[in-house]
Write a protein that binds this ligand. Structure first.
Ligand SMILES: Cc1ncc(COP(=O)(O)O)c(C=O)c1O
Length: 424
C-alpha cells in the first residue's frame, strides 16, 4: 500500500501539505483526507476486478457512504465512476447533492422510515435491499400511492462470522441482519404477488473489517445456493449484491488479498449470470484520513503517564466503541525519544481512552499528533457529547487543500434548541 502521509523535513505531511500548516490555519481537532489515497484505493479495487472479470461483467461499485459522507468525498467518488449505497434519507440527500443519479443508488438500510422510502421512490433509485416482510409491505404501499415501481433485493444471512470485531459482524445466525433460505423464498413469492414491486435478486454483507479474506467464500457459496433454489422454484434472479467489508491497514496487517477475492467472484458469482453489485465503504476512505489533534497536557501519576489530547471519544469513537487500534504519531520532532503513554481525551468518561501503554515519540503540551487510518467511521460517528462542537474536515490534493466542512460553532451547536415559555 502506498502511504500518502509521510514525513518531509521532519514534519508529517498529507501529500505535499504539512499538517502543521493545516493545524495553524484550521485548528484542531481536524480530519484531513488525501484525495490521491481515495483515487488509489478505488483504482486498486477496480483493477483487481478488471483483471479477473470480463469487461462487460464488471460489478457496479456502490460506495457505502456511512464510512465517510462528506459531500466533497462523495463527489470525488462519483467522478471516479462509483455508485452509492445509502442507509438513510440523510445519506440519500447527501448523494443527490453530490450529483449521484438515482439509478446508481441502492438503499440497504435496516429499518427504512416512510420518509426515506418515499424520498428513494421520488428519486427512482436503482433498488431497495430488504430485510423483512413489514419493510416489503411498507415499500409496496408507498410505491402504490405514488404509482411507482420498486425493484427489490432480499438480504440473506449466510451464518458466516466475518467482521473484525463482535460489534461489526453482521452475517451470523444471531445477528439482526438477513434471512435464511426458506424466508427468502417466502419473501420472493410474496414480492412477486405485489403490484408495484419487482423482486430482482439477493444480497449479502457479512460484516466490516473482514480480516480473513477466506470468509467471503462461504458467503458467496451460500448466495449461489439460494440463487439456484429461487430459480428452481421459478423465480427470476438477475442481481447479486455481494456487499462490502474489505479491511484496511490500521497497524501491521497484510493487504487484503484482492486477487483471491476477485477469483471467487469469477468462479462462484460470475457463472450465475447476474448483474453484480458491491458496497465497499471503509476500503475506499479509511487509510485516506487522519485525525489531527493537539496535546493539551501531559499528566503523570504514580503508575501512568497520560497524554491528554484536545480530541475526545466524541471526535473519534472507534477505540471506545470497538476497542479499535489507531497508530498515533507525533507530527514534528519525529526522532524524539520514545515514551510510553496512555492517550486520552478530555471527555468525562473513563472510557475516553484512545490507547493504553502506547509507545510514541516524546511530546509536550502544545505539540501535534495524528491518529492514522481515521478516514472511515471517524467524522461520521462524531457527536456533540460534553457539548463539544463537531470538528472540521479538510481535503488535500497535491499541494492544494480546501476546508470541506467548517468547524461547528457553539451557536450552531445550540441553534435547534429552545426554552419553553413556562420555564423560567
Ligand atoms: C449493508 C452494508 N453494506 C456495506 C457496508 C460497508 O462496510 P465496509 O465499510 O466495511 O465496507 C456496511 C457497513 O456497515 C453495510 O451494513
Amino acid at each position: 500500500m502506498i502511504d500518502f502521509f509521510s514525513a518531509k523535513n521532519g514534519i508529517l505531511h498529507a501529500e505535499d501539505v504539512p499538517l502543521t500548516h493545516l493545524a495553524t490555519e484550521f485548528g484542531t481537532p481536524l480530519y484531513v483526507y488525501s484525495q490521491a489515497s481515495i483515487e488509489y484505493q478505488f483504482k486498486t479495487l477496480s483493477d483487481a476486478l478488471k483483471k479477473h472479470l470480463p469487461a462487460d461483467r464488471q460489478p457496479l461499485l456502490c460506495y457505502a457512504c456511512k464510512a465517510n459522507s462528506n459531500i466533497a468525498i462523495l463527489s470525488l467518488l462519483k467522478s471516479l465512476g462509483s455508485g452509492l449505497e445509502i442507509v438513510s434519507e440523510g445519506e440519500l440527500a447527501r448523494g443527490l447533492k453530490a450529483g449521484f443519479e438515482g439509478q446508481k443508488i441502492i438503499s440497504t438500510s435496516f429499518g427504512k422510515s416512510k420518509a426515506e422510502i418515499s424520498a428513494c421512490l421520488d428519486t427512482d433509485i436503482l433498488q431497495f435491499n430488504i430485510e423483512c416482510v413489514d419493510e416489503l409491505n411498507s415499500i409496496s404501499e408507498t410505491a402504490k400511492a405514488k404509482n411507482k415501481q420498486a425493484d427489490v433485493v432480499f438480504r440473506i444471512n449466510p451464518d458466516v462470522a466475518g467482521g473484525g470485531h463482535d460489534k461489526i459482524n453482521t452475517g451470523r445466525k444471531e445477528d439482526k441482519f438477513g434471512n435464511n433460505a426458506d424466508k427468502i423464498l417466502e419473501l420472493y413469492k410474496l414480492a412477486e404477488s405485489l403490484d408495484n414491486i419487482q423482486p430482482v435478486g439477493v444480497s449479502v454483507h457479512i460484516g466490516s473489517q473482514v480480516f480473513n479474506v477466506q470468509s467471503f467464500k462461504p458467503a458467496f457459496e451460500k448466495l449461489a445456493e439460494i440463487v439456484k433454489l429461487l430459480r428452481s422454484n421459478g423465480h427470476e434472479v438477475r442481481v447479486l449484491d455481494i456487499g462490502g467489508g474489505f479491511p484496511i491497514i490500521y497497524n501491521d496487517e497484510n493487504n487484503l488479498d484482492l486477487d483471491s477475492y476477485a477469483q471467487w467472484v469469477r468462479d462462484i458469482i460470475l457463472p450465475l449470470d447476474v448483474d453484480i453489485q458491491m458496497e465497499p465503504g471503509r476500503y475506499m476512505v479509511g487509510n485516506a484520513g487522519v485525525l489531527l489533534s493537539r496535546v493539551e497536557y501531559i499528566k503523570t501519576t504514580d503508575v501512568r503517564q497520560f497524554m491528554v489530547l484536545d480530541s475526545g471519544m466524541n471526535d473519534l469513537i472507534r477505540p471506545a466503541l470497538y476497542e479499535s487500534f489507531h497508530l498515533i504519531e507525533a507530527v514534528e520532532h519525529r526522532d524524539a525519544e520514545i515514551e510510553t503513554y496512555d492517550v486520552v481525551g478530555p471527555i468525562c468518561e473513563s472510557g475516553d481512552i484512545f490507547a493504553k501503554n502506547r509507545q510514541i515519540q516524546n511530546v509536550n503540551a502544545g505539540d501535534l499528533v495524528v491518529f492514522r487510518s481515521a478516514g472511515a467511521y471517524g467524522y461520521t460517528m462524531a457527536s456533540n457529547y460534553n457539548s463539544r462542537p463537531l470538528p472540521a474536515e479538510v481535503l488535500v490534493s497535491g499541494n492544494q487543500y480546501k476546508l470541506i466542512n467548517k468547524r461547528q460553532s457553539l451557536d450552531e451547536m445550540m441553534a435547534r434548541e429552545s426554552i419553553p415559555e413556562w420555564v423560567k
